[in-house]
Every structure is written in structure tokens, then in C-alpha cells.
Design a protein around this ligand. Structure first.
Ligand code: COA
Length: 535
């Protein structure tokens, strides 16, 4: 593979100016991220520690193998909701390595409203389980939760992907041979009691863990019986009398050690084999991505420059380099893993779609995971293009992406607008993981286009009634739409609602994708079959 020949002068004034402007975006991101990570009330943290408990992220730290990465997902879930009283939506999820196996870890943060679940907490828990199911990752649940956040019950209890889905997923995964291990490190109340009860093996911590269908106040109200939490469902009860839990731990550390020991007994399943190469740093410095990440989405950026700072040795085997230049396709390695890359380089035309579809077929046939790098304004519009059948050709690309059964990963490094989001494996196309850069934007179309459409529609309505829209009203409508799209299109708006799996610092993209590919190998890739391509 040839090394990409970068045309960027990293010492030029324009590059340095861009880098400086991006630094402001990055600083804002880091500040917000820190505020979320340190987000629990100091009083709640103190109370938690006084009880001899470790914090949720500390628990994960000692659970994973030393010196291995933990890919935390959706750290900023629920950001901007509930006056930011639910940092990380009160639950930490991510992929870590335990006894050499990629594992999905779900840990309640009891310092956030007693570890209770609001809508985003549920979405995050279910999303983590989906990742485990798709990639056949064992699950560890570090339970410390008061169950449903009761004022929000209508948003968390009854629907298909609400609280009940956790247990359904556990049953389905267990049946599929995906190990389910629970460590009860705190409260585990009502429906939550089913997390350990439905696990393959359950550990419970002395004087800390409790499991019951109804807590002492409910028992008192229902039957008049007075009972302490410990008598009702503590570690002694469940490991000696009821048998609901299997292992008794002295404290958090001991519980984690028991869990690690359990991992030594798990069966090693057949993995997908990929042709690996020796991992190598990119030849061009990844921190130069700060000088390239699109800030003004109207200014084009050559996607090869982005790829050059992301892949091993900056080497790229480009496919159809001279054809349909608004999409860049080719093969590379990321930390030794082979990957097919499809990167936006402008608007999607008919020929761009065909090139994309062809490349997806190659990746499917060769069993190579695909990385989509999105900076997409959408498909081309206009009489000429409709007559040439842009809808039909675009559909081929969308069709190829939807049915490709190799793992897909998506990173929005600029804009993600319109049907371009679909063709480039947006959330609805089930990429195994999807990330945003802090500068990125996502919406059905750009704010200016949306304002233009809505003003046009309004003007047509009024003209049909013989009226004209006043200039001041046009301006007012335009500004309100621009403001709305700016706010709703931000990466924070997206990540707060779990439309993605998190925001990434551009330089971390390589590591996140490598971890994603490593996890995806735990389930041998399904064969790709295509339906009818409209010709
Ligand atoms: N719904 C809404 N809020 C809840 C809650 C619930 N189920 N459980 C706890 N909270 C809130 C508390 O009001 C408190 O809020 P604040 O920080 O604004 O004051 C915060 O979570 C911490 O609760 P606290 O009781 O002070 O913490 P704790 O660590 O001593 O106890 C629990 C935590 C979860 C064991 C305890 O709060 C409890 O038993 N809650 C009820 C659990 C329950 O019955 N759930 C049934 C739901 S299906």
C-alpha cells in the first residue's frame, strides 16, 4: 500500500488559524466532559465512600485487565436534560477486556439519584446490551440501583425498549451462549432484582448488596411486616437461604476478583479470523486533525487528509481514485486491523453512489469491516440529476450498506445531513458503533436549506391567497429556523439523546475503531446476501 501524500502545510497560517479555532471547540468539549464525569453531588459521593463502596468508574478500573483500554460509551448521555442532574444518565457503559476477553460492562452510578433509571438511562442500558448481542460479548452488570426513577415512570416502564427489555435481553443472550454475570454491589430493587436473578452467575457484597422485589417500606405498607433491608434480601439471605445469589464477597474488590475468576471458567468461542498486520502509528501526526476537522461546513476538506492521520503508516490502497471524486474509498489498516474506508468528499451523485455500492460489495466479499467517515450534505438535487435517476442509484448505495453483514463503524467528522446520513451508515443502518466529533453537526438538512424551504412553502401558501410575506416576517422565520437547527444539530444534542455512542476527540478515533473491530471479531461475520438492485 502506498502512503498518502499529504498536501497540507501544517506550518501555514491558515492551518494554524484553523487549529486554534478548533482548540476552542475541543476545550469546550473537554470542559463539558469533565463536568459530566465529576457530575455527582459531592454529598452523594461522600456518603457512597463512607459506606466503603468504590465509585462506578473505580469499580470498572479494577475489573478490567491492567493496562488495557476501556472504551466508555455515551458518557454525555442525558446531557442538557433534567438540569444536568443525571450525569452520564446515571450509568456507565463500555467495552473493556477481562481475562483477555472483550466484555460489555454496565455499572450503575449510585451517586446519581440512587442509581435510578430515567429514559436515557434505560436507552443506554439497552443500547449496551444490543452491542453485546451483536458482537457476542459477555456482560457484567455492576448493580447499585434504586430501580425506576419513580416520577418518570411513564417514560421508563411500559414500552417495548423500556425497563422490561433488560431482562428479555438477558434471557435471549444467555440462551445464545453469551455469558451474563451480575455483581450486586448495592441496592437492587423491584424489577431491578431480575438483573441478578436472570444472570448466569451472581455475586453479592456483604452488608452492601440487597436484592428484593419489594423493599422494607413497601413490605410494611403491603403486609404490615417490619423487616430490615439486610433481613429481607442481604448477602447472607441470598447466598445461604434463598440461593438467589451464588457468591459471597467481603467488599467491592473481593467481588470484582470473584468475577474475574468466573471469567477464567468461560468457554472460548470461535472468533472471526482477519488478516492482521503489525500495528503502526500514522506517518502524519493525528493531532493535525485539529487543523483539518471541518468547522465551517461550507469549506471542503480532502478526506484523504483525514484518513492519512487515522490509519497505520498513513497507507491507503485507494479504490477508483480517479472516478466519482466526491467519495473516497479504499483499504487501510487501523492498529493492525484491516478496514475498508468510505469517506465523504462532497455531494453524492449517481456515480458516487455506484462507486460506494461497489466498494461495499468488495468489503462484504472479503470479510473486511467498513469505516464510514461522514461529512455529507446529501444527494445532489435538480432536474438533470432526477432525470438521470439519482434516486435509483442512491438506493443502490443505501441497499448495499443496509445488507452488508460485515461490521460497520461510523464517525461523523463534519456534517451529517439528509439521505447522505443513510447511505453513509447513520444510526438507522446499525453500525456496530457510531461516534461524533465535537465539531460535527447532524440534522435532516442544513439550517439555511431548511429555512429556505419553509420560507418558500409559506410564501406559496400566502400567494395562493393573494397575499405577500413581509420582509420582516421572512427574516423572523429564517432566524428562528437557523437558531433551532444550530441548537438541535449539535453533537451535544445528539449524544445527550443517544443518537450516537459518544463524542470522540479526533485523535482518539483510531483507538475507538480498533477496539470496535476487536470486539466485532467475537461473532463470526454473517454472509452478505443482497436483494434486488433497481437497474
Ligand atoms: N425514584 C426517584 N428518586 C429516587 C428513587 C426512586 N426510586 N430512589 C432514590 N431516589 C432519590 C432520592 O430521593 C434522593 O434524591 P436527592 O439526592 O434529590 O435527595 C437520591 O435518589 C438518593 O437517595 P437516598 O435514599 O438518599 O440514597 P441512599 O443511597 O441512602 O439509598 C436507595 C438509595 C435506592 C437504596 C433508596 O433511595 C431507595 O430504597 N429508594 C427506593 C427504591 C425503590 O423502591 N424503587 C422502586 C422502583 S421500581
Amino acid at each position: 500500500m502506498y502512503r498518502i501524500d499529504s498536501k497540507i502545510d501544517a506550518k501555514s497560517q491558515s492551518f494554524l488559524d484553523h487549529k486554534k479555532a478548533f482548540q476552542t471547540i475541543l476545550d469546550e468539549y473537554r470542559e463539558k466532559l469533565q463536568s459530566v464525569i465529576k457530575g455527582s453531588s459531592p454529598r452523594a459521593v461522600e456518603k457512597h465512600k463512607e459506606r466503603g463502596k468504590l465509585l462506578a468508574r473505580e469499580r470498572i478500573d479494577i475489573l478490567v485487565d491492567p493496562n488495557t483500554p476501556f472504551l466508555e460509551l455515551s458518557t454525555m448521555a442525558a446531557y442538557g436534560h433534567y438540569e444536568n442532574q443525571f450525569p452520564s444518565a446515571g450509568i456507565i457503559t463500555g467495552i473493556g477486556v477481562i481475562q483477555g476477553r472483550e466484555t460489555l460492562i454496565i455499572a450503575n452510578d449510585a451517586t446519581v439519584k440512587g442509581g435510578t433509571y430515567v429514559k436515557e438511562t434505560i436507552k443506554k442500558h439497552v443500547r449496551a446490551q444490543e452491542i453485546a448481542m451483536e458482537n457476542h460479548l459477555p456482560c457484567v452488570y455492576m448493580v447499585d440501583s434504586g430501580g425506576v426513577f419513580l416520577p418518570e415512570q411513564s417514560n421508563v416502564f411500559p414500552d417495548r425498549f423500556d425497563f422490561g427489555r433488560f431482562f428479555y435481553n438477558q434471557a435471549r443472550m444467555s440462551a445464545a451462549g453469551i455469558p451474563q454475570i451480575a455483581i450486586v454491589m448495592g441496592s437492587c430493587t423491584a424489577g431491578g432484582a431480575y438483573v441478578p436473578a436472570m444472570s448466569d452467575e451472581t455475586i453479592i457484597v456483604k452488608d452492601q448488596g440487597t436484592i428484593f422485589i419489594g423493599g422494607p417500606p413497601l413490605v410494611k405498607a403491603a403486609t404490615g411486616e417490619e423487616v430490615t433491608a439486610e433481613e429481607l434480601g442481604g448477602a447472607d439471605v441470598h447466598t445461604q437461604i434463598s440461593g438467589v445469589a451464588d457468591h459471597y464477597a467481603e467488599d467491592d474488590r473481593h467481588a470484582v476478583q470473584i468475577c474475574r475468576n468466573i471469567f477464567q471458567t468461560l468457554e472460548h468461542k470461535k472468533k472471526q479470523v482477519l488478516e492482521l498486520s503489525t500495528p503502526e502509528e500514522p506517518y502524519y501526526d493525528p493531532s493535525e486533525l485539529y487543523g483539518l476537522a471541518p468547522i465551517d461546513l461550507k469549506k471542503p476538506v480532502d478526506a484523504r487528509e483525514i484518513i492519512a492521520r487515522m490509519v497505520d503508516g498513513s497507507r491507503f490502497q485507494e479504490f477508483k481514485a480517479r472516478y466519482a471524486p466526491t467519495i473516497i474509498t479504499g483499504f487501510a489498516n487501523i492498529m493492525g486491523f484491516p478496514v475498508g474506508i468510505i469517506a465523504s468528499n462532497g455531494v453524492l451523485f449517481s456515480e458516487t453512489s455506484l462507486k460506494g455500492a461497489h466498494f461495499v460489495e468488495l468489503c462484504g466479499m472479503r470479510n473486511i469491516p467498513i469505516l464510514f467517515l461522514q461529512n455529507i450534505t446529501g444527494f445532489i438535487v435538480g432536474k438533470e440529476y432526477e432525470r438521470k435517476g439519482i434516486a435509483r442509484d442512491g438506493a443502490k448505495f443505501v441497499h448495499a450498506v443496509a445488507n452488508a453483514n460485515v461490521p460497520k463503524f461510523t464517525v461523523v467528522f463534519g456534517g451529517s445531513f439528509g439521505a447522505g446520513n443513510y447511505a453513509m451508515a447513520g444510526r438507522a443502518y446499525d453500525p456496530r458503533l457510531m461516534f461524533m466529533w465535537p465539531n460535527s453537526k447532524i440534522s435532516v438538512m442544513g439550517g439555511e436549506q431548511a429555512a429556505g424551504v419553509l420560507i418558500q412553502v409559506k410564501q406559496d401558501q400566502l400567494r395562493a391567497r393573494g397575499e405577500e410575506m413581509k420582509a420582516a416576517d421572512i427574516e423572523k422565520l429564517r432566524n428562528s429556523i437557523l437558531e433551532k437547527y444550530e441548537y438541535e444539530g449539535s453533537a451535544y444534542y445528539s449524544t445527550g439523546r443517544l443518537w450516537d455512542d459518544g463524542i470522540l476527540d479526533p485523535v482518539d478515533t483510531r483507538k475507538a475503531i480498533a477496539m470496535g473491530i476487536a470486539m466485532s471479531l467475537n461473532k463470526p461475520f454473517d454472509k452478505t446476501d443482497y436483494g434486488i438492485f433497481r437497474m
